[in-house]
Ligand binder design. Structure first.
Ligand code: GDP
Ligand code: MG
Length: 597
């Protein structure tokens, strides 16, 4: 195909504004799949993604479209992940495109992730076509939303396309806008091969599949290619495009997007942003490349039943095949035995992995307190990155500690503003900006990530009755007055409950954790002290009273069936308990104790 008949684009939107529905509609209208093949939301392929309506791995699809000018165009749609934790992956996908459709729900208007995503598209110089979706809804206000797009984002919305991705109305106009408003790629077919490694994933049949955008030159089957950053050489087995069925082609030329396979063993062997070139005739100038996305939230994951450890390891290995940003390494905890220290891009990523482990691999798991990565500056001048509060060096060796800060953008109807500001202030936030777009307020806060990882999303949802939207990016590490707080149950520290906390917050957190544990840990035959301590100093304390021996006898004495039932129930319940010294701690206590009220 000649370059002028190619369009490469992404769809950017706030979650639930209709990106996947529009993508499906575009595939359907251009005939990429027959109706029978057209399952709803083809691009969100993982079960969990579909259920939660999020896209984690960027997918791509090549559409053929005969435009009103009589010419046939190749439209490559690159899907981008739709959640705050995956912002970084969004920018990578966008850099393979020349344009983007900005989809905004006409009944909702611009939201926090609309902004975050569209700014990323503007940053990589994409041409943007605004699309107002859901105009079939009675609550749709296309004119108001157009004005808002112009006010808040600062792009011209007079020619925004008004559509209903659900009914298909306006979708043909979207296709015309892609052809007429978005620029064609440029590139030189005779130059040495230069291609961008956009993404990679593990396919059970094909092995590692690499998504590429050709800048210059031609990629063919049988070619020896070199990954310039990774400095590795492979022979190409297959070159193809996704329609979204994987379809082999002879070659991919400049401006085209497609996939290759080359006996690559692991996704981790491919680095996104790398430049792929011809080993025999390499390009002289590699592409700028990306920083790899690094995990920012860590937690321990342990099997409830120690016998499941190997199964857990195998399951994590499988998930990692497709998700190089998920990290894990073995960890031993005095309280929880053998498990893994795991790293994630954010809290949602953590939740997704945990749910997949439990659901797809049928494992019962204990997750320890999520922790951010602290920079610990030691008195000898060296620095360590702390992923696990349990590994904190002796305080006498520590000069100071630094914690990651984020810049958060929150949008909500202004009646919820008071609650939102209060929440941000409670979490040590520093207000940067407060503006209005109609009756919606937009606030920008800098916050320590540490204060966001526990239950910030949940609290934000509840103070705004679900109307607030949120987006963040990490800005930098800043010094903080941080201490390690330990929880002692029956005089013994439970490492899985240790947290790093700001000194001013330690006492309140300690008290709340002790109170919660008091309710969460069942009574035993003896009295159990529960203490929160910093160093050797106890800052909060509760006591679980002893169970009187005759209580069970009195209640259940005599009735044999009832007694047996009770025993069975206890046995089943035991599976969810962890023996810790002489005390049994229920699995849920590890999570619930950490919630902040
Ligand atoms: P995404 O998160 O941006 O991918 O959003 P989805 O495409 O998953 O859509 C979110 C929800 O909005 C789904 O329940 C869709 O059925 C619904 N939806 C999408 N487009 C329209 C539309 O044009 N009209 C109406 N009424 N609902 C829509
Ligand atoms: Mg979606």
């Amino acid at each position: 195909t000649s370059l002028k008949n190619i369009r490469n684009f992404s769809i950017v939107a706030h979650i639930d504004h209709g990106k996947s529905t529009l993508a499906d509609r575009l595939i359907q209208v251009t005939g990429g799949l027959s109706d029978r093949e057209m399952k709803e939301q083809v691009l969100d392929s993982m079960e969990l993604e579909r259920e939660r309506g999020i896209t984690i791995k960027a997918q791509t699809v090549r559409l053929e479209y005969k435009a009103q000018d009589g010419e046939t165009y190749i439209l490559n749609l690159i899907d981008t992940p739709g959640h705050v934790d995956f912002t970084y992956e969004v920018s990578r996908s966008l850099s393979a495109c020349e344009g983007a459709l900005l989809v905004v729900d006409a009944s909702q208007g611009v939201e926090a992730q609309t902004l975050a995503n569209v700014y990323q598209a503007i940053d990589v110089d994409l041409e943007i076509v605004p699309v107002l979706n859901k105009i079939d809804l009675p609550a749709a206000e296309p004119d108001r939303v157009k004005a808002q797009i112009e006010d808040v984002i600062g792009i011209d919305a007079t020619e925004a396309v008004e559509i209903s991705a659900k009914t298909g109305m306006g979708v043909p106009e979207v296709l015309e806008a892609i052809v007429t408003k978005l620029p064609a790629p440029d590139g030189d077919a005779d130059a040495a091969l230069k291609a961008l490694l956009v993404d990679s994933w593990y396919d059970p049949y094909l092995g590692v599949v690499v998504l590429v955008r050709i800048i210059d030159g031609v990629l063919k089957k049988g070619m020896r290619i070199r990954m310039m950053g990774a400095d590795a050489v492979y022979t190409v087995d297959q070159v193809g495009v996704s329609t979204p069925k994987k379809t082999p082609v002879d070659a991919l030329g400049p401006g085209e997007i497609g996939y290759l396979t080359a006996q690559i063993k692991e996704v981790a062997d491919t680095s996104v942003g790398d430049t792929i070139t011809d080993d025999r005739r390499p390009t002289t100038e590699p592409l700028p490349g990306f920083k790899p996305s690094v995990p920012v939230v860590f937690c321990g994951i342990f099997p409830v039943d120690a016998n499941d450890f190997e199964d857990l390891r195998a399951a994590m290995g499988k998930l990692r095949l497709n998700d190089a940003s998920f990290e894990f390494e073995m960890e031993t905890s005095a309280a929880l035995g053998f498990g893994f220290r795991c790293g994630f891009l954010g809290l949602l990523h953590l939740e997704i992995i945990r749910e997949r482990l439990e659901r797809e691999f049928n494992l019962d798991l204990i997750t320890t307190a999520p922790s951010v990565v602290y920079d610990i500056h030691l008195t000898d001048g060296s620095k360590i990155e702390l992923h696990n509060p349990a590994d904190l060096p002796d305080p006498v060796r520590i000069d100071h500690m630094e914690e990651p800060w984020i810049k958060a953008t929150i949008m909500a109807p202004d009646e919820y503003l008071g609650g939102i500001l209060k929440l941000c202030e409670e979490r040590r936030g520093v207000q940067q900006d407060l503006t209005y777009a109609g009756s919606r307020a937009m606030v920008v806060y800098e916050l320590p990530l540490n204060e966001v990882v526990f239950d910030f999303y949940d609290r934000l949802k509840s103070v705004s009755k679900g109307y607030a939207s949120f987006d963040y990016q990490i800005v930098e590490h800043r010094p903080g007055d941080l201490v390690k707080m330990q929880l002692l149950v029956n005089e013994e520290p439970v490492d899985a409950l240790s947290i790093i906390v700001h000194r001013e917050k330690a006492e309140a957190r300690g008290r709340s954790m002790c109170e919660k544990l008091k309710d969460l840990i069942p009574r035993h035959m003896f009295k159990i002290p529960i203490q929160a301590a910093i160093g050797g100093r106890v800052i909060a304390r509760e006591t679980i009273a002893a169970l009187r021996k005759d209580v069970t006898a009195k209640c259940y004495g005599g009735d044999a069936t009832r007694k047996r039932k009770l025993l069975e129930k206890q046995k089943a319940g035991k599976k969810k308990m962890r023996q810790f010294g002489r005390v049994e701690i229920p699995q849920e206590a590890f999570i619930k104790a950490l919630k902040i009220d």
